[in-house]
Design a protein around this ligand. Structure first.
Ligand code: ADP
Ligand code: ADP
Length: 227
């Protein structure tokens, strides 16, 4: 049984005419790194947001480990999400930013501290826990956003263009770090990008979308016809 199944998923926004996602079908195995690519407006973010529970699925089934979870609250899903713009709270320290999701889930203080310190260790943020986001470099902010996802211990990570605001050099570095994290944590990742190099280097399988429809699904070499 696949870990995640999307079956005949459609999305129509209330204020728009057509469907933004049409008949999306995908089975994702445990520990896969799925990369969604395609032109702007093709439905990548919408798909991710439906998986996160931030947008309602109009039609179809979203199944995790055999259970239909269409109606589960985002906070009750075994899913952590990393956004393009980091979405850090500017008035909170790095520690507070990383612990926020655990606090609202009412974890004991001691456990929160342990989890945050562990994630900070993995991400090289240990000495920056008292800083505010504006006192960090772009790469460090992106690490905090990753840290916030890591502390959740979620088995599914969703990432929506997490590197697109970084300069080229940092993108290459963070690409390697995300691949490493994926191996270390053993998570299933669904990752949205415009960047063909990111797709080629990180994906186990690539899903190409156009106008809300899946055009092709394959490994990087199948999709890009590599030798
Ligand atoms: P991508 O992430 O591939 O750029 P999106 O999923 O953001 O694409 O958008 C897919 C389509 O859905 C686009 O036509 C977009 O205009 C439309 N769309 C996205 N969000 C909304 C919304 N909140 N309300 C109405 N239409 C939306
Ligand atoms: P990058 O070029 O990688 O985005 P920056 O030039 O923004 O990095 O920052 C370089 C270093 O200076 C980083 O290690 C960061 O921690 C530190 N730094 C940046 N801004 C501040 C600040 N306002 N206060 C303290 N340290 C800072």
């Amino acid at each position: 049984m696949s870990k995640i199944q999307l079956k005949n998923v459609f999305k129509k926004y209330a204020n728009s005419e057509g469907y933004s996602v049409k008949d999306f079908n995908l089975d994702i195995e445990e520990k896969e790194f799925i990369v969604l690519v395609g032109p702007s407006g093709c439905g990548k973010s919408t798909t991710l947001r439906m998986i996160a529970g931030l947008e309602e699925i109009s039609e179809g089934d979203f199944i995790i480990e055999g259970q239909r979870v269409n109606d589960k609250e985002p906070k009750d899903r075994d899913i952590a999400m990393v956004f393009q713009n980091y979405a850090l709270y500017p008035h909170m320290s790095v520690f507070e930013n990383m612990s926020f999701g655990l606090k609202i889930r009412k974890l004991p203080k001691k456990e929160i501290k342990e989890k945050v310190e562990h994630a900070a260790e993995i991400l090289g943020l240990k000495d920056l826990l008292n800083r505010k986001p504006k006192e960090l470099s772009g790469g460090q902010r992106q690490r905090v956003a990753l840290g916030r996802a890591i502390v959740r211990n979620a088995s599914i990570f969703l990432m929506d263009e997490p590197l697109s605001n970084l300069d080229a050099k940092l993108r290459v570095q963070m690409r390697a770090e995300i691949s490493k994290l994926h191996r270390q944590l053993g998570t299933t990742v669904i990752y949205v990008t415009h960047d063909q190099t990111e797709a080629m280097t990180m994906a186990t399988r690539i899903v190409i979308m156009k106008d809300g429809v899946i055009q092709q699904i394959g490994t990087p070499s199948e999709v890009y016809h590599l030798p």
